[in-house]
Design a protein. Structure first.
Length: 65
């Protein structure tokens, strides 16, 4: 399973900073976009961690029919 390091946030930070101008709405939009990316990334990492813990706690055995 691939490990989530959220390196894409650094790339997105630079991209958003270069795309937006220095006026108020540009900065506000930048902050909102970056916050959404961070939350999505953290949720993905948290879900992956929870899944690994669950798999350790529960031993999945193939169903026999």
């Amino acid at each position: 399973m691939a490990r989530s390091t959220c390196n894409e946030l650094k790339v997105n930070f630079k991209l958003y900073k270069n795309l937006l101008t220095g006026h108020f709405y540009g900065r506000l939009l930048f902050a909102v976009m970056f916050a959404i990316d961070a939350v999505v990334c953290w949720n993905r990492a948290g879900a992956m961690l929870a899944t690994r813990r669950l798999q350790r706690l529960v031993k999945f055995e193939p169903a026999t029919s």
